[in-house]
Structure formats: C-alpha cells, structure tokens
Design a protein around this ligand. Sequence first.
Ligand code: GAR
Length: 214
Amino acid sequence: MNATPTKRLRLAVLLTGSGTTLENLFVQREAGRLPADIVFVVSSRADAYGLKRAEKYGVPSAVIERKKFILPEEFSEAIFKALESHKPDLVCLAGFLSLLQIPPAYQHRVINIHPALLPSFGGKGYYGNKVHEAVLAQGCKVTGCTVHFVDNEYDHGAIIAQRAVEVREGDTVETLAERVQEAEREVYPEVIRLYAAGRLKPDRRAVRILPQIG
Ligand code: GAR
C-alpha cells in the first residue's frame, strides 16, 4: 500500500439492507468520480433491496445468509470464499451488519462506513437509525460519519476519515440521518479514491494520508 498512481480498482460490496450506499457508489462511478468497477455484491439477507440495485446495474450478486451459520468464523469463510473468483482489490461494507473475521490476505483491504464519529456510538447494536437515536438521546451537539478499515471487532479498525455533522435543535432521527448520509455520500468515494491512489498508509492505530504525487 504505497503511493502508486491511481489504478482502477475491482470493488466487492457487502450489504444487508436497502443498499443506498451501494447506489451512491454506482452513481459516483457513472459520473466518473470513482476509479473503480463494482464487480460483485454479497448480501447477508435474501430480502435486501440492495440486491435489486445490483441487478439494475448488471452486477452479479450472491446471498450468504448470516442466519445459516452459527459462528462468525464460518460465515466469514463463506463470504471470502465467494469473493475469491471475483478477485476484488477492495471490499466495501455498505450497511453490512454482521461481524466478520478478516483473513490475513484481506488485512487493510476491507473498509466500512459507520454513521457516527467512532469510537463513540459504535459496536454491537449500533447501526443505522439506532445510532442517530442514541446520539439524540445523549444530547450530542455534533455527530458525523467514519470510514475505517475493518478488523475482527465491530467498528474497531483503524480510522481513515471522518466528517463532522452538526446536530440541530429540533432534529429528528430522520433529519439527522439525512444529513449524516449526505456526508457519507461524499466521504466514502473520497476514501476509495485515496485507496486507489495508494495514499492510505496504516500506522498502528492510525492511517496516514500520503500527499498526492504530481
Ligand atoms: C449508512 O448510514 C451506514 O453508515 C450504515 O447503514 C446505512 C446505509 O445502509 N451502516 C451502519 O450502521 C454499519 N454499522 P444502506 O446502504 O443499506 O442504505
């Protein structure tokens, strides 16, 4: 992972639900703002609307249901085995709600976007609107989103990028979620561009962003 010029990435996307994050990646790609092709989508639920979005864009998908496995290790093994033949450079979690065990070959090759400023409001049970509910219940004045490398714990891997979002008087879960997702739609593609350019350098708990060359 060094600062090499941007190469076109093969992306695999893992999701569980509606797939608005996947949709944004498709939109960004079509607009020429993502140096990447989405080559494969995996859903951990058979009824995820994200699967329909993959179909709309002609991208192959698979369903690997979390409920069919007891241990996260077995589930993860099935996921990474399914990815193998698609040869992804980078795996993007997009509203994917299950714990993974990352094989050594995928270390620093799996990223996630979380709808809060980690390490606050992260971990098991903190996903989607539950995060925004908790932020409002705490009376926080600022929230945001975080992109991080994925390790074997929920929302725990090294932080790559964060965007702060102001919590406004009178915000509801819906209004806050909308503004956080607006930030997500910018920062996730931005991180993918940095990854493609070889500008992310993990350094223990941190990730350094290398300067642009040329
Ligand atoms: C996003 O807000 C994302 O941050 C969140 O799910 C939403 C997207 O779902 N992810 C998590 O909460 C992960 N812990 P979608 O792409 O299915 O619409």
